[in-house]
Design a protein around this ligand. Structure first.
Ligand SMILES: *Cc1c(COP(=O)(O)O)cnc(C)c1O
Length: 376
């Protein structure tokens, strides 16, 4: 059996090696390492894949979120409603900009921000909502956009884990995550569904004025060369990453399909087991399974992870400490919040290996050993 990894980047690379190698050598030959043609080409491809007019590439997903929060003109002390059950980057940038993250609970079925909790958290200081499409499934964007419109709030989607995911609105229309809010952000970190061979990120919007300003902020606030109108940062996607991503984008739907098939295998193996709850795909959602995450009941989670590791099976806890309990926010003196579902999930979730290269033998080995441990 091929050794099992959380993400098997090597096997994925070998399948497209010739194209990738050629693309990289091509960039080296023309030496346009920054803002070269490869970046323009990839940006155009991504814009057409997502059907969103403006795609601004940047250095990583965290920068994408930071630039999105900078461009909206949010002021220190403005409140931003966000889940606590997410990767730290989502909320870290709020602290960096001295915005006030208002942590709310998630839906225990989808792991995504609970729209009812958003409603309850709105105050006169609320300026934005940052939903996270956690593990590859869209948050309830129809309801979130409705709330945002009612209260004139901005919505920034953290789409780092869900590129290629869609959600169906009640009128039957299908929307791609990252293109629904005012701004969408994504990451091309190597293990993401669309991963570079290094760091990368992008920002999406339908709004031309925002797009122009995002481009300025990502480039030192520059309006024309050496004229800097606003405080920005330096955040670029380099040409080699763009060249590789342009090739990988053509395979993204197939990669996501493989992830869905692996997820279906797991879900069938654990169906109706009293000790594990398999991921719920919300009605109308196209879930791209960045992670396959079980909720364990009455299982020694550390023991399971340890046992699996002895069988050559990695398993991870995403995330062991929710954002609202991180020390980094202590300087903000945030009021104590009670997020019972987030706390409950934090104690019980475990993510199994999922990627585009898992084969039946590996999946069989994983499910067999998970069941062996939890049935004993
Ligand atoms: C990966 C990730 C990010 C950050 O992306 P980087 O490219 O690593 O900076 C932000 N939010 C979520 C939910 C992520 O999973």
């Amino acid at each position: 059996m091929v050794p099992i990894q959380m993400v098997d980047l090597k096997r994925q690379y070998l399948k497209i090696k010739q194209q990738v190698d050629e693309a990289v050598i091509n960039v080296m030959n023309n030496t346009a390492f920054i803002n070269g043609k490869a970046v323009a080409d990839f940006t155009a491809s991504l814009s057409s894949y997502l059907n969103v007019p403006y795609v601004i590439p940047c250095a990583n997903g965290t920068d994408a979120l930071q630039i999105a929060m900078m461009v909206l003109g949010l002021e220190p002390g403005d409140e931003v409603i966000t889940p606590s059950f997410t990767y730290i980057a989502t909320t870290e940038v709020m602290a960096l900009l001295r915005l006030t993250p208002v942590f709310v609970d998630v839906d225990p079925q989808t792991f995504c921000i609970d729209p009812m909790a958003i409603r309850k958290a709105i105050t006169s200081k609320t300026k934005a909502i940052v939903p996270v499409h956690l593990y590859g499934q869209s948050a309830d964007m129809e309801e979130i956009m409705k709330i945002a419109n009612e209260h004139s709030l901005y919505v920034i989607e953290d789409n780092a884990q869900a590129i290629g995911a869609t959600i169906k609105y009640s009128d039957g229309s299908i929307r791609k995550t990252g293109t629904i809010g005012h701004i969408g952000c994504t990451s091309f970190f190597p293990s993401k569904n669309l991963g570079a061979f290094g760091d990368g990120g992008a920002i999406f919007t339908h709004d031309e004025t925002l797009a122009d300003k995002i481009r300025m902020i990502a480039n030192h606030g520059q309006s024309k060369r050496y004229y800097h109108d606003i405080v920005g940062c330096n955040s670029r996607l380099d040409s080699m990453q763009a060249a590789i991503l342009d090739i990988k984008l053509k395979h993204l739907d197939a990669y996501n399909h493989s992830r869905q098939q692996a997820a279906a295998f797991y879900t069938a193996a654990f169906a109706n087991h009293p000790k594990v709850k398999t991921p719920v795909i919300a009605e109308g959602n196209h879930h791209v399974f960045h992670q396959y995450t079980l909720i364990l009941e009455d299982v020694d989670r550390d023991g399971l992870v340890e046992y699996l590791s002895q069988q050559g099976i990695p398993a991870m806890i995403y995330y062991p400490v929710p954002a609202h309990k991180q020390k980094m926010f202590s300087f903000l003196h945030l009021p104590e919040v009670d997020l019972p579902i987030t706390d409950w999930l934090t104690q019980r979730v475990v993510s199994l290996p999922i990627h585009s290269e898992l084969d039946q033998e590996q999946l069989g080995h994983i499910t067999k050993h998970v069941l062996q441990f939890i049935n004993k």
